[in-house]
Design a binder for this molecule. Sequence first.
Ligand code: FAD
Length: 317
Amino acid sequence: MLRSVILAAARSHKVERLVETAPVSRDVVKRFVAGTGTPEALDTTAELADQGLCVTLDNLGEDTLTPEQAEVTKQAYLELLKALGGAGLTTDRAPAGAQTIATAEVSLKLSALGQAFDEQLAERNAREICEAAAAVGTTVTLDMEDHTTTDSTLDILSRLRRDFPATGAVLQAYLRRTESDCRELATAGSRVRLCKGAYKEPEHVAYQATLEVDKSYVRCMNILMAGEGYPMLATHDPRLIAIGQDRARWFDRAPSQFEFQMLYGIRPDEQQRLARLGHTVRVYVPYGTQWYGYLMRRLAERPANLGFFARALVSKK
Ligand SMILES: Cc1cc2nc3c(=O)[nH]c(=O)nc-3n(C[C@H](O)[C@H](O)[C@H](O)COP(=O)(O)OP(=O)(O)OC[C@H]3O[C@@H](n4cnc5c(N)ncnc54)[C@H](O)[C@@H]3O)c2cc1C
């Protein structure tokens, strides 16, 4: 019911105008979205870097239905990467000889590059973005979307990694298949972001109960932290963060051998606390003009996200 109301609101231009112009929306959006263009994305990255945080930037696009829309997204990433490199924001923070830890990298959704109607086009676009990232000394992480795209995304990832081995993957702990994917990907040089998962998925592919998802997250984290790759623990959950710190001690991982990741605007105090403890912390920063569709779809995919964003507005911890 709530989902249908949010989806109806997402489609309504009247509601869109109302939300975009309401003063309260500006505050909400400013809290979770860095701004509309490359200059604002750069400013936010520089601010976070000054606080000792790393960044991954996500260019927000609307549903990509044509090659022309995919081209616009690709060009936005190429412009962003050039600007990040020019501003010195892609510097490597890792000790010599270790896995690259770029101050700023980019995250991208293959759907925004055309995956839904032409997988090869999406792969070609992603490859160009990987080339541009490599040219300025940084990397790309492929976001993971709903379960119908998992195989296609992992296939494209494995082909991209032949030429750009540091390309990052995302695995979602709520999917029943993910423990096995973690085993496959816990290899030397492999960057894997582990998150709980944000989409509404059916029971036959995904755990539904919170406790089951959390237990799966811990099993997956154990595999990644015990493995040879570079785990990126994306969560705001205090219990999972504490378990992550414990596993780092157990498996003797230095701060340059794994990282924590959180979303821009969510638990900023915790992001800084972990950085002060010496951990590598990367903030996922969305930016772009299409924030309305982005926020509404995130809410519709999982109405529980409403509470997630609302909680962030009243708490910085
Ligand atoms: C860097 C990053 C990248 C992501 N990429 C993807 C992706 O590619 N694909 C995908 O499907 N999903 C992605 N996600 C979203 C992810 O899957 C989850 O939906 C989202 O992170 C919420 O799960 P959680 O682990 O933070 O904990 P939740 O289950 O939302 O919360 C657990 C606990 O954390 C604490 N907490 C959470 N939020 C707050 C808050 N605002 N203030 C205070 N305490 C809070 C509370 O104690 C809460 O009980 C990403 C998330 C991050 C952080």
